[in-house]
Design a protein around this ligand. Structure first.
Ligand SMILES: Cc1cc2nc3c(=O)[nH]c(=O)nc-3n(C[C@H](O)[C@H](O)[C@H](O)COP(=O)(O)OP(=O)(O)OC[C@H]3O[C@@H](n4cnc5c(N)ncnc54)[C@H](O)[C@@H]3O)c2cc1C
Length: 379
């Protein structure tokens, strides 16, 4: 859950539009993660014949969208583009969970734990929060102590609670999006795609995968699949999350905490208490080493785990000796500045790339997919 405040205040979508795109066009979307799945669904809803292809299936364990949960929050510093994208995404998540009759969004709030008087990632978002009537609540250290006795607040100046935020079930919703796509008439194929030289001569199992237009939403794999165009733009790093098991007698106290972000400016820890009953999740947001998302071994780095353990014992003393009940290695699909990428192939008009979620893309999936499709349609 990258918390840095990268990016300009607005984004220029650099596409030339899709010549020849009409309702009879056949479109292939490669990658059924948060970006590809939602894009395929919106394209299908716009009336196109869409085939969604994924090598290991929607929400698989290698993908970035395959973890149990993901944070959803509006705070993006002075960046109104992502604030607004989150507002729309939240609307769409709520709409779809109702349609699916399944709770996907858990409105626990997100608590920012602040060491200094000011914290730009939150403070600079306050005007946008006001505009949308989604105000944050400022809590003094004393108020924090009273409200959240499980948190050691000794080194904190204050906290900010975003009461509209929380977490999403990631893997489950990614699979639901793929199911919805199929139910609404889309075609899904589980197969590895070889994009060929430039993406327009794609093959699966040696057979041509024919379409009028191709969209590659292959997350961490994009840089390797298109080394000439994206090799330097999208890199994959090894990121780790651990699920700790709270003591049985106080599990409810820990599960009921809001999602939290410890903004100490160095390591950026964050966590999802409750975490769909899978343990008290803690993520380490320092960029890990370069990673191969296909063959990389998904075991934790002892040094990263040691950091996380030290931190959790300090911030949540009741979890000092809590065991790890699960852990997960997930790839970040980093763009150079943390911004998402929506780009046409420089030489081939009917090939597009969507990616660069950079540790914060999941929550935006529904709104980002919608925006991508509107842009492709020239809307
Ligand atoms: C540890 C961690 C914590 C994060 N925390 C948050 C958070 O709290 N909030 C948030 O909003 N975001 C968060 N993110 C970021 C978010 O998870 C990603 O931005 C998002 O899931 C990316 O989705 P994607 O569709 O681009 O990629 P993916 O989910 O990786 O999907 C890409 C898909 O492409 C398929 N594929 C690849 N190559 C091929 C091929 N050749 N042929 C066929 N299929 C192929 C893969 O199988 C995969 O399913 C986090 C990420 C990590 C790793």
């Amino acid at each position: 859950m990258a918390t840095n405040t990268f990016a300009p205040a607005s984004i220029e979508l650099q596409t030339k539009g899709w010549n020849g795109l009409d309702k009879k066009s056949k479109i292939v979307v490669v990658g059924a993660g948060a970006f590809g799945g939602w894009t395929a669904l919106w394209l299908r809803r716009a009336g196109f014949a869409v085939t969604l292809v994924d090598a290991w299936g929607a929400g698989n364990s290698r993908s970035s969208s395959g973890d149990e949960t993901r944070v959803i929050r509006s705070t993006y510093g002075a960046n109104e583009f992502y604030f607004d994208l989150n507002v729309r995404a939240l609307e769409l998540w709520k709409e779809h969970q109702q349609k699916w009759n399944r709770q996907i969004f858990f409105n626990t709030g997100v608590l920012w734990m602040c060491y200094d008087k000011t914290i730009s990632v939150v403070d600079d978002s306050i005007p946008f929060a006001r505009k949308h009537k989604m105000d944050y609540e400022r809590l003094s250290a004393a108020e924090l102590r009273t409200r959240y006795p499980a948190i050691n607040c000794d080194d904190l100046d204050h906290g900010w609670l975003d009461p509209f935020a929380g977490y999403l079930k990631a893997r489950e919703s990614t699979q639901l999006v793929a199911e919805t796509f199929i139910n609404e008439g889309g075609k899904f194929i589980q197969a590895l795609v070889d994009p060929g030289k430039n993406g327009a001569t794609a093959k699966t199992g040696g057979q041509p995968l024919r379409a009028d237009h191709y969209i590659y939403a292959c997350g961490s794999w994009l840089g390797k699949l298109f080394p000439e165009v994206l090799g330097k733009t999208i890199t994959c790093s090894k990121q780790e999350v651990y699920y700790f098991g709270p003591p049985a007698e106080s599990s409810k106290m820990f599960d009921d905490l809001p999602v939290w972000v410890d903004a100490d400016g160095k390591d950026f820890y964050y966590g999802i208490p409750g975490n769909a009953n899978r343990g008290f999740k803690i993520g380490v947001d320092r960029r890990g080493k370069l990673f191969d998302p296909t063959s990389g071994e998904r075991t934790p780095e002892p040094e990263v785990l040691q950091h996380a353990r030290k931190f959790i014992g300090h911030r949540f003393p009741g979890l000092k000796n809590a065991p790890i009940v699960e852990s997960r290695v997930c790839p970040y699909e980093n763009s150079p500045d943390g911004n998402f990428i929506f780009q046409q192939h420089p030489e081939v008009e009917n090939v597009f790339f969507i990616g660069g979620g950079s540790g914060h893309g999941f929550k935006h999936g529904p709104a980002w997919g919608e925006l991508v499709v509107k842009t492709l349609l020239g809307d």
